[in-house]
Ligand binder design. Structure first.
Ligand code: COA
Length: 171
């Protein structure tokens, strides 16, 4: 076992999707277990299996420590779902969250290009996400350049989610 032994890759649909589902189930955050499982089993995992959604994951010594699920949402727009960092505490504050986000951002652009969703005249694409309002995750995304574009009770009555967007310049 290495001291660091960090790796990341696209989730291999035939081999790693069950590990991804277990990771997401274990890190559902403040969201209702029944609702979250229904979304996971009926929408998210079938989407990853069919290729409609693209999942990235990070591992340390074979244990999943982070994931990001991407979805093409329309012309020049992708959505980042379920960005989770659950790295061991000693690994926090070392740039892993920022690195993961950067890879997800690059991959989101590639996904849109592959799907023919980037128009010729576009000089940027938009990466959208929603997360619990006023949370440390929201503060992290704001620090990484996302701007708030709205708030809504998307999943749980009485619980506000913040909708955020990042403009990703095309190279
Ligand atoms: C918030 C979280 C994703 C940050 O990951 P991390 O690997 O510890 O953060 P990094 O080391 O990559 O931080 C990169 C930069 O973001 C800043 N940052 C980190 N967390 C922040 C926060 N909550 N608010 C504001 N800035 C933050 C860091 O200070 C650092 O700044 P620098 O580049 O100027 O040095 C992670 O610690 C965490 O809380 N994980 C558990 C919950 C979770 O997964 N939330 C995300 C999605 S819903």
């Amino acid at each position: 076992m290495g001291k660091y032994d960090l790796s990341f890759d696209l989730v291999d649909r035939s081999r790693q999707v069950n590990q991804l589902a277990a990771f997401m189930r274990a890190h559902r955050g403040p969201y209702n277990e029944v609702q979250h499982n229904a979304w996971l089993e009926d929408i998210c995992i079938p989407g990853v299996n069919s290729g409609e959604r693209r999942a990235l994951a990070w591992w340390q010594n074979g244990r999943m420590i982070g994931d990001a699920v991407l979805k093409a949402a329309g012309p020049n727009t992708a959505e980042l779902k379920n960005f989770r960092v659950a790295s061991p505490q000693w690994l926090q504050g070392r740039g892993l969250g920022a690195f993961m986000l950067r890879q997800a951002t690059v991959e989101a652009t590639e996904l849109l290009v592959e799907r023919g969703l980037v128009s010729n005249e576009a000089n940027a694409v938009t990466l959208m996400l929603d997360t619990l309002a006023d949370s440390s995750a929201a503060a992290f995304f704001a620090y990484q350049g996302f701007r708030e574009v709205g708030r809504a009770e998307l999943y749980t009555p009485g619980q506000q989610e913040v909708i955020m967007e990042l403009e990703v310049p095309l190279e």
